[in-house]
Write a protein that binds this ligand. Structure first.
Ligand SMILES: [Fe+2]
Ligand SMILES: [Fe+2]
Length: 479
């Protein structure tokens, strides 16, 4: 196994460790009990030291430890070993491609019945998103499992029932529908039909930077008057230091209200919002997170943004409002009545594409959201290049850094060139799309059945003819 894979795997295990209630001593004892070499020959202190170095990515070519011992490690850390599999394939620096048509030899399968996983042969280095295609035979199912972060399941073909073990909530999805949920709840998928099902499973762990829900989890454990590790990491992290108390309070109070439970009405109340297009930003905390992340990636303070605004052509009324104070309010998620018509001006101030901001018009729901194909809201054509259509989901998952939308080019079309923090995934659903990415020698062609996952902080543009794609942005912190 390559050194970078060991480093990546180390940070994956390290992230898991930070999110859990485990202690290294307990993991060391489990490894000794398993009798797995070489740990069974080591004493506890030596294993603890090794684990700490492993999690910091300091282990290089740790012979005689190799792939066969990964199940022992996973078991000792308490997670299903197949979650580590996508981290074991070779990494690419800027863009990684995959397909559900070519199944690499020796692909492991997750536990369950009638299930086959297609783990693509390359991955995007530095990304905490893992991408797997899963085929389920009729009546096939995955074992109930849980893991940190968010999960998005998009149905490519057939039918899927996604079930949450503890709440008993189930929802049935058809081709083109997707669900996004907090994966820290026991969940499993089942094919309720008589035909094969193919789904795209995206897990977004965000191990290297504390995710927002880790604040909630940490607050629960903050009982002995000592800040747990996740809190400390957030408060010491330069990007997260600007997260103000009001947002933390908001998150914690959500948690007290049962934020991590999945309200059944969220799952089934789907149709009513489709024709309702909010006039004002409803997910102001989501917008705040994105704007702060964009500003941080450019090194902009509120005063710089107020200065940017001076150079942008926009309605006078909004220009007068766009002061340093308003920027500070926006970054803290305070209510400031940003209207749909203001979003284009705001996007220009932050030098991002307007379509990044339109998501936040819609409400954020906790626990799990379902978006059905027919519900997507078309984005205003005046903001789009000719021949390009965007379908925006009418709801978002709260406290999450995933954004998804549908891109269609019914004739021939090309998106604006854009860039934004994190990584982006384009899955071709019909036809062929071509993605041009700064730093890649050639444009990348992605046909039906294929995807490209790339570093979206590089300038990029998507082109297509009679094509449709499912696009997901992962707002990762330090890609
Ligand atoms: Fe999962
Ligand atoms: Fe993009």
């Amino acid at each position: 196994m390559r050194d970078e894979n060991w480093q990546r795997l180390g940070s994956f295990f390290g992230g898991w460790f930070v999110r859990s209630d485990l202690e290294h001593r307990i993991i060391a004892r489990k490894l000794i009990q398993q009798g797995a070499s070489p740990w069974s020959h080591w004493d506890e202190a030596k294993i603890v030291h090794w684990l700490e170095r492993f999690e910091r990515g300091e282990i290089k070519r740790p012979a005689p430890i190799g792939k066969p011992q990964i199940p022992n490690l996973a078991d000792s850390y308490g997670f299903p070993v197949y979650l580590a599999d996508p981290f074991l394939v070779p990494g690419e620096p800027t863009a990684a491609c995959g397909s559900y048509r070519a199944v690499p030899a020796g692909n492991p399968s997750p536990p369950g019945v009638g299930i086959r996983a297609i783990i693509p042969g390359q991955r995007l280095d530095k990304s905490d998103a893992s991408i797997v295609f899963v085929q389920l035979a009729p009546n096939g199912y995955t074992e109930p499992h849980e893991h940190p972060g968010d999960e998005l399941v998009f149905v490519i073909e057939g039918e899927l029932e996604l079930c949450f073990e503890h709440t008993g909530v189930r929802t049935r999805l058809s081709a083109g529908d997707y669900i996004v949920f907090y994966a820290e709840r026991l969940h499993y998928g089942r094919n309720p039909s008589t035909k094969d099902t193919l789904v795209l499973v995206l897990r977004f762990f965000q191990f290297r930077s504390p995710s927002w829900r880790s604040v909630i989890r940490a607050s629960r454990r903050n009982e002995g008057g000592q800040y747990p590790e996740a809190w400390r990491r957030i408060l010491n992290d330069s990007e997260h230091r600007i997260m103000l108390e009001d947002e933390i309070t908001w998150l914690v109070s959500l948690d007290r209200l049962g934020a991590c439970r999945i309200p059944p009405e969220t799952i089934d109340a789907v149709a009513s919002q489709a024709d309702h297009r909010p006039r004002e930003v409803l997910d102001r905390f989501g917008l705040a997170r994105l704007l702060r992340r964009v500003a941080a990636s450019e090194g902009w303070k509120p005063a710089d943004l107020a200065r940017n605004a001076a150079g942008v052509r926009m309605p006078q009324e909004f220009k007068e409002r766009l002061t340093r104070d308003l920027v500070a309010d926006l970054h803290h998620g305070r209510p400031c009545g940003i209207k749909e018509d203001d979003l284009d001006s705001l996007a220009q101030v932050y030098h991002v594409s307007a379509m990044l901001l339109f998501d936040y018009l819609f409400p954020a729901e906790r626990g799990a959201i379902v978006v059905r194909r027919g519900e997507l809201v078309p984005m205003k054509s005046s903001l789009l290049p000719d021949g390009v259509e965007y379908g925006i989901p009418p709801r978002r998952l709260a406290i999450s850094d995933i954004a998804a939308f549908q891109l269609a080019m019914p004739g021939s079309g090309r998106t604006h060139e854009n860039h934004h923090p994190g990584t982006e995934l384009c899955v071709a659903l019909h036809g062929q799309i071509t993605v041009t990415i700064e730093g890649e020698k050639d444009p990348i062609k992605v046909q039906h059945g294929q995807y490209v996952h790339f570093d979206s902080s590089k300038r990029h543009q998507v082109e297509g003819k009679n094509a449709e794609a499912f696009v997901v942005r992962f707002y990762e912190a330090d890609v």
